[in-house]
Design a protein. Structure first.
Lengths: 403, 272
């Protein structure tokens, strides 16, 4: 089979570059390991037994395929295009994160690694990692910014129940990026036995490609489900973007469907002219955490703190494939503020009886804006990548409610 | 421009490593305390090469001491322009002492690799150590540094196997920096036996001088390593003195540097 040179689905190149982005910007200590990981990933891709085990766990442990759901009352309320949701919030552990964790822990075991580390912001990736570690009996250390540990007590307790050691990170600004720094420091000191399960489609090659591939189950299912239910493809895909793994998981299988438009929604926080976490719309290219991509940074290349009401979007970088998709124009990117996301959150609660996480609430807010201006027979498919149980305290506080 | 034709980047480093004794390489973070006074104290104490750290918000390869120094420096408002001003002024005061910049990719490539290489050349910087640009990503900075006559100094580690080593050496200059432990700066110390073995392996593969760093804190350790290596790098122990003593740091830095230099310079060099 020859590769179509015009395909948007054949990135990255053999050095892990998505156009000018991506790559392997890591310390020499990690470089041999990253190369090993790539070799092992290629071997796993060619091994039917690996895929069979991955698929089996997704079906019977995670609960896939997740439903494709027509949001009838939301559609009526918006008065425009039909709105459909891919229900990845119904997965075990309540978000899309588990898809990737299953894939990576199987790879870790193939490589003979006996200890797992991960970083987490809000705690969703930490919980998903702790979950698969419990499932396969591997010890697990989760790095989490000290401020997030204080804010996300329920998820910290969940991780501990699952047997993980949660290490509060006090270095730097004590947030997600510092947790990632600390994860890299642990990894570099324990390369011989440790596997780092990165939670989003970022980091050194092959992580961005590998995480995208594991998450692509979202788009592969959704594409088949949509064709089966409506006989056609959607007109517009919408997903929120922090590091960007849920969006890539939905978008990637559709990238060569020229008539399907795509919209990635970043977190505009208090506004793009104020504190935000929109690396693509409000940042510029640079190098951090193993890859070249868009970053929030100052003129000297010092990294800025991201801000979003959603801790899962609160990261000053983005996966390198999104950087490339932005520059090529294949995917459109927009941003939604904290307040708009809160409205999207409440809108979905009231119209559909679904409490979404604050992350996809950004996607819902963007859907609400777009649907109105589209024909009634047009179809929007948005990824509902997480459920909102974890966010009720944040939302209550913002709404001035004491619980 | 550095207008001293007698001393260019490449020959400052090569003449230093050409001396009959091993080199003491001292690290400080730029903009942490009175850097000019602190660097002068290192030179006065006997440092052969200065490694000047460019502060970064996310120093992923550094342990607590240098992380704290990065934050102190950035907190004091250090900019890239100020780092080059420190380097430039150092070059004027110490025309013959090699100065290498050490840091992370993003601040180095922010305004373009050409700009950075040009600034290095103008400031009289002899070499650049970039933690997170491995040979696989050399295009990001290597060609520009080499074109400007600034040595891209590569790192080799305990995980750099024989298969990889030629790639690490290709295009590298100045000296080879052997990171003696798989880990971050300032914490563990590698066993002397493993260092001797590694340095011998590296020296068999390259004519570049080999310096050893990470976890070297005391004159005794430095002296032991100097018996087998061409250079010894000390960082965290010095940076801690800056954090602890502030304005009084130069006196303490000089004292420690003197004892390190004595140990390093008196070690019998295994090879030249």
């Amino acid at each position: 089979m020859t590769q179509n040179p015009n395909s948007f689905r054949n990135q990255p190149d053999d050095r892990g570059h998505f156009g000018d982005y991506g790559g392997r910007y890591v310390a020499e200590t990690l470089m041999p390991l990253v190369l090993d990981l790539e070799r092992e990933y290629r071997a796993a891709q060619a091994d039917p037994a690996f895929k069979a085990q991955f698929d089996d766990l997704l079906e019977h442990y995670v609960g896939r395929p997740s439903p494709l759901y027509f949001a009838e009352r939301l559609t009526e309320a918006l008065g425009g295009a039909q709105v459909w949701f891919k229900r990845d919030e119904l997965n075990h552990t309540g978000a899309h994160k588990i898809n990737n964790c299953i894939g990576q822990i199987l790879l870790a075991m193939r490589m003979g690694k006996t200890r797992i580390i991960a970083e987490t912001g809000a705690g969703q990736h930490g919980v998903a990692t702790a979950t698969v570690c419990a499932r396969f009996g591997l010890p697990c250390v989760i790095y989490m910014g000290a401020t997030d540990v204080a804010r996300q007590a329920p998820n910290v307790f969940r991780m501990k129940l699952l047997g993980a050691e949660v290490v509060p990170v006090t270095s730097g600004a004590a947030t997600l990026k510092d947790a990632m720094n600390e994860g890299m420091r642990d990894w570099v000191a324990n390369v011989h036995d440790t596997f780092y399960i990165i939670g989003t489609a970022a980091g050194p090659h092959p992580y961005p490609e590998m995480v995208r591939d594991f998450q692509s189950v979202i788009g592969i299912e959704a594409r088949a489900q949509m064709l089966g239910r409506t006989g056609r493809l959607p007109d517009l895909l919408v997903a929120c973007i922090g590091g960007g793994s849920n969006a890539l998981g939905l978008f990637h299988p559709f990238l060569d469907d020229a008539d399907v438009k795509m919209l990635g929604v970043e977190a505009a926080g208090h506004g793009l002219d104020k504190e935000h976490a929109a690396s693509l719309l409000g940042g510029s290219p640079g190098v951090l955490h193993g890859n070249k991509t868009y970053l929030l940074q100052d003129e000297d290349g010092q990294i800025s703190e991201g801000h979003s009401i959603s801790a899962g979007l609160d990261y000053p970088g983005i996966g390198p494939e999104h950087a490339w998709l932005k520059d090529t124009g294949r995917v459109e990117y927009t941003a939604v503020t904290d307040d708009e996301a809160l409205e999207g959150f409440q809108l979905l609660c009231r119209t559909e009886g679904i409490i979404p996480a604050l992350e996809p609430s950004h996607a819902i807010a963007a859907v609400a804006k777009r649907a109105k201006d589209m024909d009634r027979d047009a179809i929007i498919l948005a990824n509902l990548c997480g459920r909102g149980d974890k966010d009720i305290f944040t939302v209550a506080e913002k709404l001035g409610v004491e619980i | 421009m550095n207008d001293n034709p007698a001393m260019t980047a490449s020959n400052r480093l090569s003449s230093t490593f050409g001396k009959p004794h091993p080199a003491l390489i001292c690290f400080l973070t730029a903009g942490d305390g009175d850097t000019a006074a602190n660097l002068d104290a290192l030179v006065a104490g006997g440092a052969d090469v200065i490694e000047l750290g460019m502060p970064f918000t996310d120093p992923m390869a550094d342990g607590p001491a240098i992380q704290a120094a990065n934050l102190r420096s950035l907190g004091a408002g250090t900019t890239t322009a100020y780092v080059f001003a420190i380097a430039s002024a150092f070059r004027t005061r110490h025309p013959d002492t090699p100065l290498v910049l050490m840091g992370y990719a993003n601040p180095m490539v922010r305004r373009g690799a050409d700009w950075f290489a040009d600034q290095c050349k103008s400031a009289g910087v002899d070499g650049v150590i970039c933690v997170d640009i491995p040979p696989e990503e050399d295009d990001a900075l290597g060609p520009q540094l080499r074109a400007a006559g600034v040595a891209p100094i590569r790192l080799a580690t305990p995980t750099t196997d024989a298969r990889r080593l030629p790639q690490v050496l290709e295009g590298s200059g100045g000296f080879l920096y052997y990171v003696s432990v798989a880990g971050i700066t300032g914490l563990q110390q590698a066993a002397q036996g493993s260092i001797a073995e590694a340095v011998a392996r590296l020296k068999a593969a390259t004519d570049l001088p080999v310096a050893v760093g990470f976890g070297v804190r005391t004159p005794d350790q430095a002296g032991e390593i100097a018996r087998v290596a061409d250079g010894v790098v000390v960082g965290s122990a010095l940076v801690e003195l800056v954090g602890k003593h502030g304005k009084d740091a130069p006196r303490h830095l000089r004292e420690l540097t003197e004892s390190l230099a004595k140990a390093v310079h008196s070690a019998a060099k295994a090879s030249t």
